[in-house]
Design a protein around this ligand. Structure first.
Ligand SMILES: [Zn+2]
Length: 236
């Protein structure tokens, strides 16, 4: 469950996971994400209060995680032969030197051409652009497939590098998706597409909303759970 608190004039969003446990666990993740595991019986306003009290500390922890990720990227540049998930399948990255930057997805391989293969930001840029393009195409196809079934047409469908969300639906009916979904198994991408399309009926997460999602995708819970558990694998 997504929640937000106001901590000294700053809006702090967090993901709440209510589980069978006796204490509260705070987790700072990359890009300012905060995850809170709390006992099922705990009142939401008590959890909000704890997050508010720790907001500064959690955001600082998040920045430390970002610095580690950045350092890790510097120490581990994308190399020839490393792998990346595309539509849930590991693909081998093939780096090649060439005058023009380009990326091509093939069966089991992602071919990346850059003027200087040791220029890691450039390599990542090509990978991001290639996967974003594939993501937009695939997401539009799946929106076309599910929209008539859901019975609503969205406005614009766009792709963005979103920090904390997989998809979003604006009050005008425009849908936005995170390109990193293309790394996940196709059913996960379908789940997010169905989720956002169902918001065109129900602009909330009510039981009625979830029954619409279930109507389109009876096994959606498994894919939702996959996404929650593999956030760190969908990372570049
Ligand atoms: Zn939603």
């Amino acid at each position: 469950m997504k929640r937000a608190v106001d901590a000294g004039g700053r809006r702090v969003e967090y993901t709440l996971i209510q589980t069978v446990r006796s204490s509260v666990l705070f987790q700072a993740l990359p890009e300012g994400q905060i995850r809170v595991y709390a006992p099922k019986m705990m009142r939401l306003r008590d959890i909000d209060r704890m997050v508010r009290e720790r907001a500064g500390e959690l955001l600082e922890m998040g920045r430390a995680v970002d610095r580690r990720v950045e350092e890790d990227r510097r120490n581990h540049p994308v190399s020839d032969g490393s792998t990346i998930l595309i539509e849930g399948v590991p693909h081998v990255i093939r780096l090649r030197q060439g005058a023009h930057a380009a990326g091509h997805i093939e069966e089991g391989a992602l071919r990346v051409t850059v003027p200087d293969p040791s220029d890691d930001p450039a390599v990542r840029g090509v990978i991001r652009a290639t996967l974003s393009e594939r993501a937009l195409r695939r997401i539009r196809e799946r929106v076309e497939y599910f929209a008539p079934r859901v019975g609503r047409r969205p406005g614009r469908v766009t792709i963005r590098e979103q920090k904390t969300r997989w998809g979003s639906c604006s009050s005008k009916g425009n849908l936005n998706f995170n390109w990193k979904l293309i790394m996940a198994p196709p059913q996960v991408l379908d789940y997010v597409v169905v989720h956002e399309l169902c918001h065109l009926h129900e602009f909330n997460h009510s039981p009625r909303f979830w029954s619409l999602v279930e109507g389109q995708m009876p096994d959606y819970k498994a894919w939702k759970k996959w996404l929650e558990g593999h956030r760190d694998d969908l990372y570049l």
